[in-house]
Ligand binder design. Structure first.
Ligand code: ATP
Ligand code: MG
Length: 243
């Protein structure tokens, strides 16, 4: 049993600017580890590199330099088919932009990864989860006909039913009302208590304060790692970075 789920060392990410040969470094020398059962939050201003870091950390976007290890595997050293299978079987990702298929019904979106992995679809469980998070629409409605918050809930349930050992969530409750936010946070907290490693980007300081560790980013730099954070500590860290 590997206890350390994520280990990134000296990760940087550079992107090219437009069509030019110039590059811009948007993540600078970030090192970070996370264990099974740990719930981490990443906070920082808009544009500070949170989504870029999550993508690099989760095997979606190769860093320019540095090491990424997830469950003992470097996802960027796998062949494309193996990398896809590794992500599908081990990693859950709730995207900032949901990444749903608009032309498919909500239910089909939820079960698609399970079908691709030839795994059992527990319809009862899906129905129960949708109910639990107050999804009011009909699961057979097309995603394109759902509200933003409803789409976000579909993306969340898709990850919740996959039994991943690690979940990356990029502002998973950004489009949701307060009650739904709390319910979803509690579901994620429960998964972490059961041993899932969760890395969540959020702008919600109160929510970050309820995680085990808050990481603050500023201009692509990891500024602070706060264990058992309070809202006040996170607020102060973010405020210091500003000045
Ligand atoms: N492919 C790219 N090419 C050029 N610039 C990029 C690219 N990807 C990200 N950036 C820039 O890098 C910075 C970090 O972007 P990122 O999306 O990681 O921010 P974020 O912290 O997730 O912001 P938000 O809170 O708004 O989601 C931004 O300034 C963004 O414009
Ligand atoms: Mg982002």
């Amino acid at each position: 049993m590997i206890n350390q789920v994520i280990n990134i060392q000296n990760v940087t990410k550079s992107v090219s600017i437009g069509n030019s040969k110039q590059t811009l470094e948007i993540l600078h020398d970030i090192s970070l580890t996370a264990n099974a059962g740990e719930f981490l939050s990443i906070v920082g201003p808009s544009g500070s590199g949170k989504s870029t870091l999550l993508n690099a950390m989760s095997g979606l976007s190769k860093p320019t330099s540095g090491q990424v290890t997830i469950l003992g595997t470097n996802p960027y050293q796998l062949r494309p088919a193996k990398a896809a299978a590794f992500r599908r079987d081990q990693i859950g990702f709730i995207f900032q932009s949901y990444n749903l298929i608009p032309a498919l019904p909500a239910f089909d979106n939820i079960v698609l990864p399970l079908r691709l992995a030839h795994r059992k679809v527990d319809k009862e469980k899906i129905t129960q989860l949708l109910k639990q998070i107050n999804f009011e629409a009909n699961p057979s409605n097309f995603v394109s006909d759902l509200s933003g918050g409803e789409q976000q809930k579909v993306a969340i349930v898709r990850v919740l039913v996959a039994n991943s050992r690690v979940i990356f969530a990029d502002e998973p409750t950004g489009a949701l009302d307060t009650v739904s936010r709390k319910i979803i946070f509690d579901l994620l907290r429960h998964l972490a208590n059961q041993g899932v490693c969760i890395i969540m980007v959020t702008h919600d300081i109160e929510m970050a304060a309820a995680t085990d560790k808050a990481i603050t980013l500023s201009d692509g730099h990891l500024e602070k790692v706060i264990d058992d954070p309070t809202a006040e500590e996170i607020f102060q860290a973010l405020n210091e970075e500003k000045s």
